[in-house]
Every structure is written in structure tokens, then in C-alpha cells.
Write a protein that binds this ligand. Sequence first.
Ligand code: NAP
Length: 522
Amino acid sequence: MIKGTNFIGSTPSDQGEETLFSYNPVDGSAFAESFAIASTDEINQAVDKAVSAFQTYQAVSPQNKADFLDAIADEIMALGDKLVERACGESGLPAGRIQGERGRTCGQLKMFASLVREGSWVDAVIDTAQPDRDPIPKPDLRMMQIPIGPVVVFGASNFPLAFSTAGGDTASALAAGNPVIVKGHESHLGTNELVSKAILAAAEKTGMPEGVFSMVNGGIPVGQQLVKHPAVKAVGFTGSLRGGRALFDLANQRDEPIPVYAEMGSINPTFLMPEKLGENPDALGKSFAGSVALGVGQFCTNPGLLVGIKSTALDTFSQSLEEGLTEVTGTMLNAKIAESYYQHRDALLNEEGVSHQGNTDKAEGNTARALTATVSATAFLENPRLHEEIFGPFTLLVVCESATEMEAVAATLTGQLTGTLVATENDLTQNDTVVKNLEQKVGRILFNGVPTGVEVCAAMHHGGPYPASTNAKYTSVGSAAISRFTRPISYQNWPDSLLPTELQSSNPSGVWRLVDGERTKS
Ligand code: NAP
């Protein structure tokens, strides 16, 4: 039995006692290597090393930090097919999807590298002194964002690359100047290890301090120990509401509570407005079937709730959706997720008023069978269990008797990552109350299209009011994700030459700043 590296970042030979295996979800076979569960000492060692790395890493120049992020992307690409094969084997996802996700992961790293080089993410604000102000003088105040210290990242099951070891959480935390400790997801242990080694190789090549990155394996106790460690300053998480909430509560019970930026469940409601629906309900049904089935429904933006008003167009849409999902099957990420899909879906199908047409038989192994079900708005409004996320290729169609009922459905929803309006402009103005309600519930609101597909850019907000995330102000995708791992500091009357370069009067770093209310580079 080959023992895989467990504690990465300093002493790979120092193994814990218990081990984990990863499995191929297609046939349930175990990969040959075992991966040791981190011991308490190893976890403490990872955090201690992150603490000492922080002293030097926060002072590394923007250019060098950016070189490190670029080098991680290069090292990941240099892993070539080995990484793609391992990630496919451990996730059941096809090579095309993993290659796309690798591109997105490297693109994110390079985006953060550019952001760090450009520098204005520090949000420098300068209010110069007014010593002669009457009745009291105004002091000189200069504010900017600084890193916070060691960040713990929980890798997600459904994005083995883009939301895992070198995903958006890690990239944004490193970009801000924080060391990172990843708690690898058990679903893709070999993928985690390959990517971790790529990060460490990049750190070595670019001269980053030891301990700037570590990865530990283990179950729930390992994650809990990391979150409770007094030197950890923030947590990034993508996964279930139960897991995210547990970690959030744990972090708040610490002597020093810390932020947990958890991106959790969402049913991503879509409102099918009458005028738009009437134009081509068949095509819309097909398009939503494709979105529901994409990635075997294992996306946080999966459209799990469709809401329309009773009409022949809605009947056509429903039939087309059902046809589009008939006989659609796919391997889920792991046995636990496949089991959970059938368990939660079947519980929902047994709720009062829920009807369905398709095949509900459990497919072989870890294969999910896609399905749609229908319920009246009255039954939906009365039963909060119908509002819960079913993680997988499933969607619930809510049939309203009137526009007023549709408004009530919009009003009753909890926080969501996305909300979609399938509508004409006229539909929007006619259904203003639905739009206003949805704006209050979601992090991203779409006019037509489908919610799956999350662009990585400066204007993306991938978050939303609870329970979609633990803090609606912050995004886990796009360049703004960096602000989760920074905090502001104001320097008052500080000697100019001893200020960070971004705040010095001559602005040697050349970043954009707000100086006495004016945005300027000078
Ligand atoms: P998960 O169960 O929330 O686990 C995510 C990570 O958090 C894992 O590393 C897990 O550790 C850890 N964790 C969970 N609960 C914890 C706790 N109480 N204390 C400390 N650590 C904890 O998510 P998952 O494994 O990815 O998938 C399970 C379910 O989550 C899915 O069936 C789905 O319902 C939901 N999910 C939702 C999304 C979304 O974007 N909406 C994405 C992924 C998953 P272990 O691995 O050791 O258990």
C-alpha cells in the first residue's frame, strides 16, 4: 500500500495514523494510494507555519506575489493529462468539463495576479490634514485594506479544481497576502495532492516563505480543529447548508469569533412570465431541461424552482421540460451525494400535492436519474419542505393561479444565489412586485437565460442573503472575492515615509486612490 502525502507544506514524511481512500464514483473502485488523516500535531504545525509565513508573506512585493499566483497556474497546467485523468477518475466528470474547470482555475489565479500587480484593490483613501480648520483641526487620515492572517479553505466536492485546493478562495486569500491552509475534500484526495504539490513548487520557484500554503486531509474533526485554532483568522467554504452553518456557529463560539464565508445551498428560482413564455414555451422547456441536467445538476446555481402561471403555454413548457429530462442519467460526485439525492428527492415527491410523471426508479450505482415534479402554488406556500434544495438533476415546477399568487411565491422565498426572470421588458413592468421581491432575495438577478454558468469577472456577485451564504455582502467568485480576506486600517498623522507605499503622498506604487474626495493616480 502506497501512502499518499498527507501534511503538505513542511514534512511530508510525518504521517498521521489513520488513512482515507478516494473512490471512482463510476464503478466504486478505490484508488491504490491511501491518504493519512492529519494528526492534531500536524494541524497545529500547519497553522504555526502559516503564522510565521504571514510575517514575511504580507510584506512580499505585489510583483512577487503576482508571480507566485501566475506560477501556480503554470504548475497546474504542467501537470497535464495526469491531473485531468485523476480529477475525472475521482469525480465522474467528463474530461471536457475538467479541462474547462482547469482553464477557469488558472484564469482565476491569473486574474488575481493582475489585480495584485495593478494594486488598487487596497482601496487607498486619503483625507489630508486641515490644521487650520475651525473650531478643531482635522488630522491627516489614510486608509487602506491589509491582509488578516492565516485563512482556512474547505475544498468543495462539486468543483474539484475551481472551488478546491487552488480555487477561488485560495487564490483570493493568497492574493491579499494571507497564508492558506486547505482542508481537502475527501472526494478527490489525489487531485488535491497533485494541485497542492503544484502550489508548493510555485512557492519554491518564486521564493515564497515556507508555510504560505498547507493542505491537510481528514474528516469533520480535522476541519473543526482548524476553525477553532486561535491563530486562524477567516474561513472560506463551499458546500451544504448543514456544513457551512456548523462551521459558522463554531467560529462564533470561539473566544475571538472569526468570519466564515460560506457559500451554501440555493434553489435559484426562475419566474416564467406570461408574455415571454408564450413566445416559445417548447424551446424554453428544452433550455431549462439542459440547465437542470448540466453537470448532473451538481451546481449551486442549478435551477431547482420554476414558477409560472397556469396556461397552455405553461403546459407546453412543462411537457418539453419533462421530455428533455426523460432518460437523462449521470454519475454523481460520490456515493454520499447520490444517496442524498434520491433520499431528499423522494421525500419531496411524497409531500402533499406533489405530482410527477417520469421514471423515479433508483439507477445503478451512483447514477442519478433526472426528474421534474409539479405542485400548486397553494401547496408550495404552505409547505417549507418544498423550498429546500435537492442537490442533483431535479427541478420543481410551481403552478400559480394568478399573478398575485406568483407575487406571494416570490415573497415567501429565502435568500438565493440567483433569481431568473424569463420575461419581456413588458413582463417586467407588469410584474414589478415579483421583480422587487426577487431583488431582495438574490445575489444575482438574470433577465432571460439560465442561471448555470458563473462568469469570473469584477462585476460578478456569487453570494446572496442567508441561507445562500453567511454574509450577503461578499462574493466567492470574481475579483471582489479578495475583500473577504482583508480588513481596513486607518493611519492617523503617520510619518509619510513610513506609510505603506500606496498611502505615501508621492504615490510611488502608482495605484488609483481617493484623495480628498477625488479619484486620482497622483
Ligand atoms: P459538505 O457535506 O457541506 O462538506 C463540505 C466540506 O465541509 C467537507 O470537507 C466536509 O468534511 C466539511 N464539513 C461538513 N460539515 C462539517 C462540520 N460540521 N464540521 C467540519 N467540517 C464539516 O458538502 P459536500 O460533501 O460537498 O456535499 C454534501 C451535500 O452538500 C450535497 O449533497 C449537497 O446537498 C450539498 N452541496 C451543495 C453545494 C452548493 O453549491 N449548493 C455544493 C456542494 C455540496 P468531510 O468531507 O470530512 O465530511
